[in-house]
Design a protein around this ligand. Structure first.
Ligand code: SF4
Length: 695
């Protein structure tokens, strides 16, 4: 615990870890944070916090912070500290040199869900207006891009339907591929409170997460499916709803597209989609599936909460659509207590998607090929925009290896550690001519960089984050940027050096531009957020003053809700004699993602290494004891971890977290990805596990 004396004043801000978006008071003594106190009036947290937001903020002033810009001509040379002017000038001249030689499309930018809305907006504007292409992507590519696609296709908007408070009205809570107690702890507490009051719980997860059985809570059903079989299971659930007469007929007739419903109904009713037929694929006993489907369809207000165990699959988008189908079929969208709720991993996953940092979409999820929308931005930005979608992150890597993509601006994202198949990413970065990394630490990606621009933590800048319930909250500067500039200012410097002028004096002006150009944000102002604490988009003249707590009330955003056929396709990651186990991944409460922040705080005393969970039967077969070192190999690579022998995981499946770079979890994950969005299939990797000597 870092306690540094008595505070003199406090500043309201928002946690920069997960997508719950808890409000905090940063209590200050001079320019020093003394402690972070959860804000009792914060709508997302109501005075609660978890160990990360409350205690893990010391990284902001950690000795590893890089505060001077650096350049080097080659990655074999040592870094050289330079002035901001020289670093920005060098980056701009290299980008222009590359474009002159290899074409306008030969460079691009990646932004992060760690960044504020305003910073992300500026990165996509820089790429579109200054680079002159649409090669911009966000790290949401590797987590919730299937949510955007799947919910957009079915409901008409790429966001969760509810406010967190809605869970207080739920009678049935279905948790799919999420571990809220570890990854979204403050919302998990809200959920548990409702469960202790008597709401029924269904968990779909290959692993026995804490929620399945915790004090005073026992899941009514735990459908412990095999990794990679989500779509088979959701089809089986839908089969029961359709064939046992559990459909919400009036709701469907009034609110959903009839043709798509009839096609879907005919599809899921087929015998091959029955729980009995699917049992061989999912491994879940048919009677449990039937029981869970009946409870979800008839138990009252039923809400679905899901996480990366849904999206990070080759059929991630299909599963999101399957979930949406199930919710529509049972009438569980459009009022309190129900809905489809993606639990966002990072603090601003929702916002980074909203802000148009995708190669095919402008802010507000409007396709770049829409000439009317493009014209609005062209008029405001004073440039012609490319109508063709640009490159997604994995396509940037492929293009780099093919020799056509040579330069990258990467803000706040450690792609080497975060993206799958590390060797592939490293090879792609090595093939580029200029990589500019903007970060608070010299991360793994910076090993391949030619320019390093010091980034700023959430304590060093003003801006907004948007949480999983579409709630836009203020982030406030409580200390000066250690490197001299906030991230949005650095992007602006780069844009100016590239010859595309940006002249913002405060993020408030950037938000005003976003609001002017994005109908769903038209009513969002800093003044309103400051006055009320937060607003939820859509927020405009058609909504209440504070926006929209519940989406799709009365009718879906797209008009009629659309059912889509979700046909199960087996993952390419199949068990074989060589790789007889399936690896899946997840998180632990005290650490966060690749650990860049939490490993530099006292949190590491709670969890200081990633372990491989393995069932006692699989361990015994291999002569593995708890705590032994084991080698894990896949078709992508191999790594070594210590074993944790536990019955939490089912036989045939192993599990690890990915918080420590030395664990190399992404050395073994493969390039398999979602068919629609290229979201990597982190959750299914065929592996072998064998004992090894201590490394
Ligand atoms: Fe921060 Fe999420 Fe914990 Fe809230 S639940 S304090 S937002 S990490």
């Amino acid at each position: 615990v870092i306690e540094l004396g008595q505070p003199e004043h406090s500043v309201l801000t928002t946690c920069a870890y997960c997508g719950v978006g808890c409000g905090f008071k940063a209590e200050m003594k001079g320019n020093q944070v003394v402690r972070m106190v959860p804000w009792k009036d914060g709508k997302a947290n109501e005075g609660h916090s978890c160990i990360k937001g409350r205690f893990a903020w010391g990284y902001a002033t950690h000795q590893d912070r890089i505060t001077k810009p650096m350049i080097r001509k080659s990655i074999t040379e040592p870094w050289r500290e330079v002035s901001w002017e020289e670093a920005i000038g060098y980056a701009a001249s290299e980008f222009r040199r590359i474009q002159a030689r290899h074409g306008r499309e030969s460079i691009g930018g990646i932004t992060s869900s760690r960044c504020t809305n305003e910073e992300t907006y500026l990165v996509q504007k820089l790429v579109r207006a200054a680079f002159g292409n649409n090669n911009v992507d966000t790290c949401a590519r590797v987590c919730h891009s299937p949510t955007g696609y799947g919910l957009g296709q079915t409901f008409g908007t790429s966001a969760g339907t509810q406010t967190f408070k809605s869970v207080e009205k739920s009678d049935v809570i279905l948790v799919i591929g999420a571990n809220p107690a570890a990854a979204h702890p403050v919302f998990a507490s809200r959920m548990k409170k409702r469960l202790r009051q008597g709401a029924k719980l269904i968990v779909i997860d290959p692993r026995q997460i804490d929620l399945v059985k915790s004090p005073h809570i026992q899941a009514a059903f735990h459908l412990q499916l095999r990794p990679g079989t989500n779509v088979a299971l959701v089809s089986a659930l839908a089969h029961v709803v359709v064939t046992e007469g559990l459909l919400a007929q009036d709701y469907i007739a009034e609110r959903c597209d009839e043709k798509s419903f009839l096609q879907w109904q005919e599809f899921v009713a087929r015998p091959e989609n029955s729980p009995e037929a699917m049992e061989a694929i999912t491994g879940v006993p048919a009677d449990l599936v039937r029981g869970a489907a009946r409870l979800y369809a008839t138990g009252g207000n039923a809400a679905i909460y899901y996480g990366l165990g849904v999206t990070e699959h080759a059929q991630g988008s299909t599963m999101v659509m399957g979930i949406a189908n199930l919710a529509m079929a049972t009438g569980n969208v459009g009022r309190e207590g129900v809905g489809v709720n993606p639990l966002r991993g990072q603090n601003n996953v929702q916002g980074s998607c909203d802000m148009g940092s995708f190669p095919h979409e402008l802010p507000g999820y409007r396709h770049i090929s829409d000439s009317t929308v493009r014209g609005t931005f062209e008029a405001a930005w004073g440039v012609a925009l490319d109508a063709e979608p640009g490159l997604r992150i994995p396509n940037m890597f492929h293009a780099a290896l093919a020799g056509s993509f040579k330069g990258l601006y990467c803000e706040g994202e450690d792609i080497v550690q975060s993206d799958p198949d590390t060797q592939h990413v490293a090879a792609a970065l090595s093939a580029m001519e200029c990589i500019v990394v903007q970060d608070i630490f010299l991360n793994e990606t910076a090993k391949y960089a030619h320019v390093f621009l010091p980034g700023s933590s959430f304590l060093e800048k003003d801006g907004t984050f948007t949480n999983a319930e579409r709630r836009i909250s203020m982030v406030r500067k409580v200390m000066k940027p250690l490197g001299g500039y906030a991230d949005w200012e650095v992007t602006q410097l780069l844009s100016n050096a590239l010859g595309y002028p940006m002249e913002y004096t405060h993020p408030r002006e950037i938000m005003a531009e976003i609001a002017a150009l994005t109908p769903t944000f038209a009513g969002v102002t800093y003044e309103k957020i400051a006055q009320h604490g937060s607003v939820q988009w859509p927020c405009n003249e058609e909504t209440g003053e504070l926006g929209t707590p519940i989406m799709h009330v009365g009718q879906f955003v797209r008009g009629k809700g659309r059912f889509l056929i979700t046909r199960y396709v087996a993952s390419d990651e199949k068990v074989t004699l060589k790789y007889p186990l399936l690896l899946t991944t997840g998180r632990i409460l005290s650490q966060y993602n690749v650990g860049a922040q939490t490993r530099r705080t006292p949190n590491s005393q709670w969890h200081s290494e990633d372990r491989l969970e393995i069932h006692p039967h699989d361990a015994e077969d291999r002569g593995i004891q708890d705590g032994d070192w084991v080698g894990i190999s896949s078709r992508a690579g191999e790594t070594v971890l210590r074993a944790l022998v536990t019955e939490r995981i089912q036989p045939g499946v192993v599990y690890t977290t990915f918080h420590f770079p030395e664990s190399g979890a992404n050395v073994i994950t493969t390039d398999s990805s979602d068919w629609a969005t290229n979201c990597p299939e982190y959750k299914v990797t065929a592996v072998q596990v064998l004992p090894v000597a201590q490394p």
